[in-house]
Design a protein around this ligand. Structure first.
Ligand code: GLU
Length: 482
């Protein structure tokens, strides 16, 4: 393969969502695999709907995912500028060329006229294509209308023929352009519309492969026809399967159709997002599920991309995320968790934080879970006294052991209150009260206010002596009231 040049071309009319992020990822890994160049182009031709805040969100999201580009708006490159709103002079040149060669024409039809025509065609069950009314206006008629300041757009003369292309994912495709008609390519000489701007930019930026969502497949024949009219080479296309919600319908907010930065806020890791997104449509052909981006660069192949829609499964994302969290170093995980504690107003320090994280690492699916999981270290919640009683025991035994634990713990000096010194005490009490369950269960619940939690001595050491004794006393009071 020659030099590979790809692009991600988001329109800043919304936040970076999973569909565009996955398209960026597939472009990125394909490009890396062939040591090519990956371009970021901001497609802001729709001035009314484009917003700088969306552009910033898109850039932040792509950077967070680590999908770095070789050329783009801020970093520049040989084919700058990379923002369409700054490239009007380029489009003007090609619009003029098409007009001069009679491959495009001015259309003065009013919006109302066009809409009425559309409605008529649809009601007759026909394709709602443009009538061609302005296709053959004479030079004089055009000049007169332009002089009269009549509103216009520029339309491309769609050749009435079939267009074929070989999609890298979907194979040979055929489109009948009779069903497309003469479509609008520009609002005026320098203000292009999407299909035209894309074709011009992909050519000017020497793009070789267009990898994008299947929702663009119907644009492809229009773009190929434009390429032919402008004598541009026809590029390689790959249309990725759509991402569908859990019930195979269009992705909704509930299925995760939200900004990528939102996933970051919820505590998903970029490496997990990358891994998860790679599996949205690509199948490695083995049972392997965990892929680093470097592995993807090596193992990815277009042939293994499915044609059918890819179902978005949030549980899968969570389980992949949990996998990466389990593998993370304590230091890094503590750093990621710290802001959540801070925001909740829980005071902690490095040492305490690491101890908590070490105990809970296995249970965290996403970083934000840490608050719910570890809340009890900072504030006990209310619980039913009954849960203090181990299933093979009774209230009297639970009370007796807790009182015994309290008495023994009270005698440990503050600065000796750690697992090492507490363990022998619990060993003796276990012996005395006939089994670990009799001692560990009520103590664990007393300290954590919940039935499932890490072992009691680990919790006690983190809580410190004062808080441990306080919680045991509360548990004793609770038991005495039932
Ligand atoms: N700007 C288009 C979009 O955001 C992408 C265009 C393309 O990839 O050709 O959907």
């Amino acid at each position: 393969m020659g030099v590979v040049r790809t692009r991600i071309a988001p329109s800043p009319t919304g936040f970076l969502h999973i569909g565009t992020a996955r398209t960026a990822l597939f472009n990125y890994i394909f490009t890396k695999k062939y040591q090519g160049q990956f371009v970021l182009r901001i497609e802001d031709t729709d001035i009314e709907r484009s917003d700088e805040k969306f552009e910033m969100d898109i850039i932040e999201g792509l950077k967070w995912l680590g999908l770095n580009w070789d050329e783009g708006p801020e970093i520049g490159g040989d084919y700058a500028p990379y923002r369409q709103s700054e490239r009007n002079y380029t489009y003007a040149k090609y619009t003029q060329k098409l007009l001069d060669e009679n491959k495009a024409y001015y259309c003065f039809c009013s919006q109302e006229e066009l809409e009425a025509q559309r409605a008529d065609l649809i009601s007759e069950g026909l394709a709602p294509i443009y009538s061609g009314k302005c296709r053959n206006l004479s030079k004089e008629e055009i000049a007169e209308k332009l002089n009269g300041n009549n509103k216009y757009i520029i339309r491309f003369k769609m050749p009435g023929k079939k267009i074929f292309f070989d999609d890298m994912i979907r194979g040979n495709l055929e489109f009948d352009t009779e069903l497309v008609g003469d479509f609008a390519i520009a609002k005026n000489i320098g203000i292009p519309l999407y299909n035209f701007a894309v074709v011009v930019d992909d050519f000017e930026m020497k793009i070789t492969h267009i990898i994008r969502g299947e929702d663009h497949i119907s644009n492809t024949p229009k773009q190929i026809a434009l390429c032919e009219a402008l004598d541009f080479p026809i590029l390689q296309y790959a249309h990725l399967p759509l991402i569908l919600g859990h019930d195979r319908s269009k992705m909704s907010k509930r299925d995760g159709a939200t900004s990528i930065i939102e996933y970051k806020k919820q505590g998903f890791l970029p490496e997990a997002m990358i891994n998860f997104m790679a599996l949205l449509g690509w199948n490695p052909g083995t049972n392997k599920e965990i892929f680093s981006i470097k592995e993807l660069e090596k193992e990815f192949s277009m042939e293994r991309i499915q044609k059918s829609g890819a179902i978005f499964n949030i549980q899968k994302l969570e389980s992949i995320n949990a996998h990466y969290i389990k593998k993370m170093t304590l230091e890094k995980l503590a750093d990621l968790c710290a802001p959540y504690f801070k925001k909740a107003g829980y005071k902690t320090n490095d040492e305490k934080l690491k101890k908590i994280i070490k105990l809970e690492q296995e249970r965290i699916k996403k970083i934000s879970d840490i608050l719910e999981i570890a809340k009890f270290f900072f504030e006990p919640s209310d619980y039913l006294a009954e849960i203090l009683i181990w299933k093979k025991s009774n209230k009297e035994k639970a009370l007796a052991t807790l009182k015994d634990v309290l008495k023994n713990f009270e005698s440990v000096a503050d600065n000796n209150f750690n697992i090492q010194n507490l363990k022998p005490i619990l060993d003796i009490l276990t012996e005395k009260h006939n089994g670990a369950g009799e001692v560990f269960w009520p103590l664990r619940v007393a300290l954590s206010s919940q039935e499932s939690s890490p072992p009691p001595l680990e919790i006690a050491e983190i809580l410190d002596k004062k808080e441990t004794l306080k919680r045991i006393k509360i548990a004793i009071d609770k038991l005495m009231q039932i």
